[in-house]
Write a protein that binds this ligand. Sequence first.
Ligand code: SF4
Ligand code: SF4
Length: 149
Amino acid sequence: MGKTKRPFWEEKTLEQMTKEEWEQLCDGCGRCCLEKLEDEDTGEVHYTSVACRYLDTWTCRCLDYPDRIRNMPDCLMINPGMIRKIHWLPKTCAYRRILEGKGLADWHPVVSGNRESVHHAGISVRNKVISANHVTQDDLEAYIIDTEI
Ligand code: SF4
Ligand code: SF4
């Protein structure tokens, strides 16, 4: 009997993944697209319940993914080196989970085979956030969320 092939996220390191595999690894939660505020004294990063104005708050997808860096210079083009450096990615983030050796959760779309599972499991930001189109920068602090993402 032949060996069962393991899925790419169990077989490869982040660096070994193809561009397509890398993109598939994103669970589509939209959490990293929330506005964040950094405490100037401590360097601590606080998430807010305000989503980047380019995030569709229902699908939790970027409205203009190919042009995201031009649209939003703060937006990160996440790569393996960066995942190792940034400390504020949500604990649920698939890239962080893989890096920490936790594998993918059963609600991840590539595991469940259903793109909606990340929403049904309550992991995505769907129905939980407001678009930055409706909030001024000065008011952002009022939207800081205490819960750890
Ligand atoms: S937090 Fe991670 S898994 Fe979720 S949308 Fe951002 S990059 Fe993708
Ligand atoms: S530009 Fe798109 S990918 Fe970047 S933070 Fe905004 S919604 Fe997210």
